[in-house]
Design a protein around this ligand. Sequence first.
Ligand code: HEC
Length: 217
Amino acid sequence: MKSILPRPVLHTAGILMLGAALALCVRGQETPKAVIVTPATPQQLEVQRIGETAIDRLAISMVNEVRSALRGGDPTDALDFCHLKALPTTPGEIISGMPRIMAVKFTSLRIRSHENLPDTSDKAALDYIDQALKNGSDAPGVVVQRIDIPDSQPEWRVYKPIAVLTSCLACHGDPAEQSPRLRNKLQAMYPDDQSTGYKAHEWRGVIRVTVADGPTP
Ligand code: HEC
């Protein structure tokens, strides 16, 4: 899986939702203080560029992985490894050639696994996207967030919304259409699963990367 990440990105994966970034600044929750920024300085634009490049690679890998998992015929067999679970976890070594990527997370307002639970800052970004969609706007193509940490460098997070593709429906669509084997295994692994019942093209969640703070120009 890792081997396909460094390959040049030839196209943007279909799951990434397209839309213009909304030029709005909103304040996040109280602690920690998360602020959604519209990148303007070279440093902020670099964070966005690095984050987007990383997420595009992850999205392509994720879609390829889902496709090849489903080629095996039974999605049940893919549950234990799907969604890039085999990625390295050491900060800076998660995506080869991208040392400023410190963390990768898949999260959503409707999660399957507690391990993907959004923290306060993730939730602020998810709510921001949710609100744009509820207002009838396009989902922002990317959200850049700065988290101010007292006496420390800020933490930067970049989020991109992802949509449900037809290939995702096997595991995130109508449970009534799942085989008993798949349904039983999902129920056993994720008793509080909220991630079913989606339809194609709906907003599913985000891919998020944490980008290390860079030198101030
Ligand atoms: C083979 C079944 C399967 C398919 C197909 C599948 N998923 Fe998932 N998905 C899962 C499982 C299992 C989890 C929980 C992963 C974990 O334990 O971290 C999950 C979790 C997620 C999460 C993280 C948030 C959460 O709910 O825990 C997102 C986002 C997500 N899936 C999006 C997608 C998208 C988009 C597609 C299609 C490109 C897709 N999935 C296809 C099984 C699947």
